[in-house]
Design a protein around this ligand. Structure first.
Ligand SMILES: NC(=O)c1ccc[n+]([C@@H]2O[C@H](COP(=O)([O-])OP(=O)(O)OC[C@H]3O[C@@H](n4cnc5c(N)ncnc54)[C@H](OP(=O)(O)O)[C@@H]3O)[C@@H](O)[C@H]2O)c1
Length: 287
C-alpha cells in the first residue's frame, strides 16, 4: 500500500478543516497541523466522524514559533518516510500590530515566514515522494500588497491592509522563487486565491472579537462556504491535470495572470534571502 500523505496547516478551522476532510475522503493519510491542542482535538473528531477514516492524525504546529516549526518537522520526518502534499493554508489577519514569539510582525511571521521555514525543512520528505506538491494558500489581496523592503516587520505606520496584503504577496513570491529553485525535481509549487469565503478569519481567538461580523458575512450569498473555498487547494493537491505545473497562481482551478509587481524578481529575490536569514537557514537550497 502506497498511501499518499498530506499535511494541512491551520487544519482545525475554515478551509483547512474542509480540505483535511476532503483529502481523507480521497484516501490520503492526513496530518492536521494545528497550533491549539483543544481546537485541534475537536476538529480531529469532526474529521474522523465526517469521513470514517482511520488515517487522520493531529500534530502540534505553531507557525508563530520557529522552535515549534522545527520540532514539528523533525517529528514528522521521524514518523513518516515521505510527504506527497503540503498545503500551507494557515493564516491570520491582525487588526492591531502583534508579534510572534521570535519578534516578527505576526501576519508576515505566520502567513509567510512560518510556512517558508516549514516548507524548506520538509524538502527531504517531499523529495522522498514520487511526485510531491506544495500548495500555498494566498489571496487576491496580494494585488494591494507591497514588500516593505526597509521595514518588513511594519514597525512604523502599521495597518491591517498593509500587513495582510504584504503577507499574501509574500506567499506568491515564495511560490515563484521556490518553484524556480526546485525546477527539474519531483516537487511542484503553486499558489492560489480561494475566493471570498465565510470562515473564522479575522476572529480574535482570545477575545472572540469579530465573531458577530463573521456571522453576518457568512450569510452574504456571494460568500463561499469553506468546502467551496477549499476546491482549488484540493484540485491542486490531487488532480492529474496539474502534474508538472509549477510556479503558478490559481483561482477557480485556473491559472491566473499575475500583476507585474508580484513578478518583480529583485523583490522576490530579496524576500527569499531575507526570509532565509530571519529563519536561520542557508540562502541556497540544496536540490
Ligand atoms: N476566508 C477568506 O475569504 C480568504 C480569502 C483569501 C485567502 N484566505 C486564506 O485562506 C487561508 C485559510 O483561512 P480561513 O479563511 O479558512 O480562516 P480560519 O477559519 O480563520 O482558519 C485559519 C487557520 O489558521 C490557523 N492558524 C492561525 N495562526 C496560526 C499559527 N500561529 N500556527 C498554526 N496555525 C495557525 C488557525 O488556527 P486557530 O483556529 O487555532 O487560530 C486556523 O486553523 C488563510 O491563509 C487565508 O489568508 C481566506
Amino acid at each position: 500500500m502506497n498511501t499518499k500523505i498530506a499535511i494541512v496547516t491551520g487544519a482545525n478551522s475554515g478551509m483547512g478543516l474542509a480540505t483535511s476532510i476532503e483529502l481523507a475522503l480521497q484516501g490520503y493519510h492526513v496530518v492536521m497541523a494545528c497550533r491549539n491542542e483543544e481546537r485541534g482535538r475537536i476538529a480531529l473528531d469532526e474529521a474522523i466522524t465526517a469521513t470514517g477514516s482511520k488515517q487522520i492524525e493531529l500534530m502540534k504546529l505553531d507557525l508563530g514559533s520557529l522552535h515549534s516549526i522545527r520540532n514539528f518537522a523533525a517529528q514528522f520526518m521521524d514518523t513518516h518516510s515521505k510527504l506527497d502534499v503540503l498545503i500551507n493554508n494557515a493564516g491570520v489577519v491582525c487588526l492591531k500590530r502583534e508579534e510572534t514569539s521570535d519578534g516578527f510582525e505576526m501576519t508576515l511571521g505566520v502567513n509567510h515566514l512560518g510556512h517558508y521555514l516549514l516548507t524548506r525543512l520538509l524538502i527531504p520528505a517531499l523529495k522522498a515522494a514520487t511526485q510531491a506538491r506544495v500548495i500555498n494558500v494566498s489571496s487576491g489581496a496580494y494585488k494591494a500588497g507591497k514588500i516593505h523592503l526597509e521595514d518588513p516587520n511594519l514597525t512604523k505606520r502599521y495597518n491591517v491592509i498593509k500587513s495582510y496584503s504584504q503577507s499574501k504577496l509574500a506567499n506568491i513570491m515564495f511560490t515563484r522563487e521556490l518553484a524556480e529553485r526546485l525546477d527539474g525535481t519531483n516537487i511542484t509549487v503553486n499558489a492560489l486565491h480561494p475566493g471570498a469565503v465565510g470562515t473564522n478569519i479575522g476572529i480574535n481567538r482570545t477575545t472572540g472579537f469579530g465573531t458577530a461580523i463573521m456571522a453576518v458575512v457568512r450569510k452574504i450569498p456571494s460568500f463561499l462556504t469553506p468546502e467551496e473555498g477549499a476546491r482549488t487547494a484540493i484540485y491542486l493537491a490531487i488532480h492529474p491535470e496539474v502534474n508538472g505545473i509549477t510556479g503558478e497562481y490559481f483561482y477557480q482551478q485556473e491559472i491566473q495572470e499575475l500583476k507585474p509587481h508580484a513578478m518583480d524578481k529583485s523583490v522576490s529575490n530579496f524576500l527569499w534571502s531575507w526570509s532565509a536569514e530571519q529563519t536561520g537557514l542557508p540562502e541556497e537550497l540544496v536540490k
